[in-house]
Design a protein around this ligand. Sequence first.
Ligand code: ADP
Ligand code: ZN
Ligand code: ZN
Length: 802
Amino acid sequence: MIAQVIVDVAAYPVDRPFDYAVPEEWQALVEAGCRVKVPFGPRNVLGFITALKEETDVPQGKLKPLSQLLDIEPVLTGEMLQLAQWMTRHTLCFEIDALQVMLPSALRAKYEKTIHLSGPLADLPAELQNLFGNKSSIPYKKVEVAGFLKSLKYSIEQGTVQIKTVVKQQGQVKAVRKLEILDDEVKLQQIAADIPKRAKKQVMVAEWMVDHKGEVFTPEELCQTLNITTAVLNALIEKGAAKYIQEEVYRDPFTKNAVKTKPLALTDEQEVALQQILTAMKNKLPTTFLLHGITGSGKTEVYLQAIQSTLEKGKEAIVLVPEISLTPQMSERFRSRFGELVAVLHSGLSKGEKYDEWRKIQRGEVKVVVGARSAVFAPFTNVGLFILDEEHESTYKQEDSPRYHAREVAIWRSEFHQCPVILGSATPSLESFARAKKHVYTLLTLKKRAMQQSLPTVEIIDMREQLKNGNRSMFSEELAEAIRIRLEKKEQMVLFLNRRGFSSFVLCRDCGTVVQCKNCDISMTYHRSQEKLKCHYCGYEEQVPHECPECQSEHIRFFGTGTQKVESEIYKFFPEARVLRMDVDTTRQKGSHERILDAFGRGEADILLGTQMIAKGLDFPNITLVGVLSADTSLNLPDFRAAERTFQLLTQVSGRAGRHDKPGEVFIQTYTPEHYAIELSKEQDYEPFYMQEMQMRQRFAYPPYYFVVLIQVTHEDVLMAAEYAGKAVDWLRMQLSQNVGIIGPTAASISRVQNRYRYQCLIKYKKEPNLTATLQQLIRMYRTDWVKKGIQLTVDLDPSSI
Ligand code: ADP
Ligand code: ZN
Ligand code: ZN
């Protein structure tokens, strides 16, 4: 018996399977989809069996045997093996990359397998009974060494035993240092009384602690709330008023008990949409629906009821949401409806947790998966429905190999399972809406908000006028007034800082020098809390300089607006405001998104201040004001999707206001109020924007009228990068037809990252049958030859940004 194996050697010029002999003792055990170790050159490498056969072209004597069988139950289904081949062709990746991306990372890490008894011992074959003795579990190794894998496989199929895998996670559990205040009132009072009266701050803190006995805080929280230094805090710790503890940051994704919800009576529009989906489901049609519904129109309720029907038919549903920021509130809504049947997969889970969720899916213990991009590979075998919420989000496209788009994978799988796909959005991607217009997708429209609330009124504010009138602050008079009113009325608001394409940098007012990273050609970002400059591309840090490195002027200072800066401005203008800040800095810890949003939901703050993270998904009844502080920063990105992204962002963030009883108001501050992406976001009406943007795309030959391919070439030496980018372009010009536009090579907009220079070239085409073959040959040239010279070349067939 011959096993056809895809091996994990991504540097090899040719991407194809290799044949290996299956040793006699494993012939009854191996299946396609199992992982193996195989000899490859001087090493043993990981591989996946993609097929089993009897014949091979490899001459006798040259054929090597498999060296280790890692699974006796396949980790990849037949569907996944087919999908991997499709991805290899459609994204031009290595097949091994496609196979690996479908699996939880735990299956690529170190782990230990154990075998657990799940039925009566007496049902096991005698040799296994002996190994178990009176234990309920034994190491897998023991069975393997004893040579009883065949009986084991049989017993797994019978359900008498199960294999469990424990991922070795050295140092994976994260803990933070917290302070626990002594839980003893008398003792605390004693400590307070013993502190000399002149140590006023210490006395104050000790008395405060009496009221907070037994509570736990982070040291930073205490210092901030009480406005004290760590020295004061340490003095109290020394006196025994509080002690340090290690608290595990880990939180079960479902610590809160979800309150059970029932299906709502649908609105007419929702009902029409749902019926079409159910009809496709009943007729087993792989229809792709584009559910275009304004913010608050109740798309989620449509998803929920469609899923319910899927479950009633005994099938499974896969729901994709853009990223972790959405998952807590979103996954909560699914759990509330379907309880224990829901698994969650997102990047906030540890390797072990992800693997556990994946196993539940593989075993069919859950029926619904809610997850980020890679959840599209959830190993269900009887899928009845795929859903992509916020389908326009760029996070659905993976930036590294395999450069797949979750939307395309979902559609491929829906054809395999003969079931519908729902793409939902208030601001669909231009590609999807164009496909719906051409009836490739079926358009479903929700034009009204679910509870008849009107959309918030949007006002666009020209910040140039403000400046002319002498207002130099970051709040226009109109927005400031609106904030004041909300503070008085005790209503909540969201302030949004558009940080895309924006950085807070340090600039010399005398010579104009901007401090840049040593490794990358981009400005360093100023971090106020640590008085440091950091590079967001490579992580390099340095102290803020006191004089200009170029002209030694002392007039070098922070320029631009970060969320921290805005926060302190808010306190300056509105001292009574309570602010919660949500950005990369405050959400690094696991569960912090949820903590911040929960606190806001409980009304512990008036203002939620944040970046893109708060633009989507939030649904709080008390939000009546949304302020966009800087609408246009994302317009200036050198990217053909800049206008689309800006419009989407503004519409999404406006949609956070007035979702329940109280009407909402939105203020958008901008320096370019005449730009159509900003002007049209006032009406929050998608179609006019679509029409206008389509004209631009046509005029400049961009998607969806043309396809684009982005080719990047990098090297440590700028001349090498330029030379090979030039070679690539020359070769493409030679191979491709006249109708194909080839732009470049040009230095990328960020021309150096992590000490490598980047050049890029853009191919634009409408129809080019020769394209795939040409690109494959280019990649082959790179892998056989260029790679040895230190060149890196990537090809992205559907770049989400350029
Ligand atoms: P979207 O996802 O389209 O932005 P949501 O699904 O979040 O909208 O719905 C907005 C609000 O309307 C939610 O609070 C939801 O509970 C409510 N809602 C949705 N459908 C209905 C309905 N048929 N009847 C009453 N309330 C509804
Ligand atoms: Zn200077
Ligand atoms: Zn850098």
